[in-house]
Design a protein around this ligand. Sequence first.
Ligand code: SAH
Length: 383
Amino acid sequence: MTEYQLLATAASGIEALTGDELKEMGYEVQVENGKAFFKGTEEDIIKTNLWIRTGDRIKIVFGMFEAFSFDELFEKTKALPWEDILPMDANFPVSGKSQKSTLYSVPDCQAIVKKAIVDKISSFYHRRTRLPETGAQYPIEVAILKDIVTITIDTSGSSLFKRGYRSEKGGAPIKENMAASLIKLTTWRPNKPFYDPTCGSGTIPIEAALMGLNIAPGLQRSFVSEDWNIFPENMWTEERHKAKMAADYSVELDILGTDIDGRMIEIAQSNAKKAGVEEYISFRQMQLSDFKTEKEFGIIVANPPYGERLEEQDYIEELYRQMGDTYRSLPTWSKYILTSDLEFERFYGRRATKKRKLYNGRLRVDYFQFWGKRPQRKRNTEK
Ligand code: SAH
């Protein structure tokens, strides 16, 4: 077993949640700007890829050093122990970025890093002709910030938001890891009612069900590092098996998703089925103003339309007004609404208990939170 310096990347504003997930898994974590750093072995690389709900990718931080010239970049890259990870036939594309640094030409930095690794691997394997690059993929990134070079190897491949259950997206889907993050920011527990009134393709209710049942979000997808030979034979299979066994299908969940568009409800149902949670979620076609319930202490998480186009503005204002009117009669419920509309509170008719700045993709949004009344603690009156 080797201990690696690892990094979970996350969207801006989400890194602390990813850090919390890692802490819950038992790692010591350092969080900064879109990143959560932690240390772990081959096994931890697999576990975190399978279990992280809010992050984007798990990367190995392979080298970190200062470089002010191309020579320095070349020599310090070449000095890293590439032969420990890359086999002779490794296919290793190098991507790059540079900010506030002397070495600002990204294509040149990529080419130099590539050349340095080629040199190192060729001499290690005594190879005189071109490396074949026909084997497993090792996506490498050179990122330079204020002359500090960080060289990472991506173990995830496509971003972790791609769980594999959502083949049909509908109009304006939210990313799965963002949906999970929105839920993590609430006080929801699996014993409380959960409701998404504008559920679209069902992403938010499906993520809630996966959490409630302790289903690992990565079980249905593949990862680029599955083909690497740093992992002992069968380690991926064993970890997948352990993750599968961790699910608890006996948990009773009360999750509802509704949408005004019947076609979206069909899509949501089909996605929930692919995710293996269709029995744990009720989906219904309904306009949100028709919601009525006798239940208490529920959680509403909504990702309503934002009205990015002018002609939609009237409809959006009316929709937000309806939300305010409908949820006013639910004082014990907590409502969490994500929108880019800065005037949301005015239409909704109430000031949020709390707002949180987030990004939905590139779009700057606010997560408006209206906390419900807390359940009364039962007093112990017996003596
Ligand atoms: N989170 C969803 C996307 C939601 S987009 C996903 O991941 O797929 C907003 C949704 O609000 C759309 O599906 C739209 O049909 C729905 N909607 C619009 N007006 C509505 C209303 N009055 N009542 C309920 N749903 C509505």
